[in-house]
Unconditional design. Structure first.
Length: 58
């Protein structure tokens, strides 16, 4: 049987980064555009519309 390492919140680098660093990581991965919205090329118009509406409510 092979053991698999599963990172948790305490030892994962992702959770030790700032909000700005996580945003830059998502921008670099083409998940978010420079304005912080989903990239239209990879996400449906419905998903983008829901996200923008959710951000407007805050």
């Amino acid at each position: 049987m092979q053991a698999v390492y599963v990172p948790n919140r305490e030892n994962s680098d992702y959770f030790q980064t700032t909000k700005e660093q996580r945003a830059q990581l998502l921008i670099k991965a083409n998940i978010l555009d420079k304005d912080g919205y989903y990239v239209e090329r990879f996400f449906s118009a419905e998903t983008i519309k829901k996200d923008k509406a959710k951000r407007q409510d805050k």
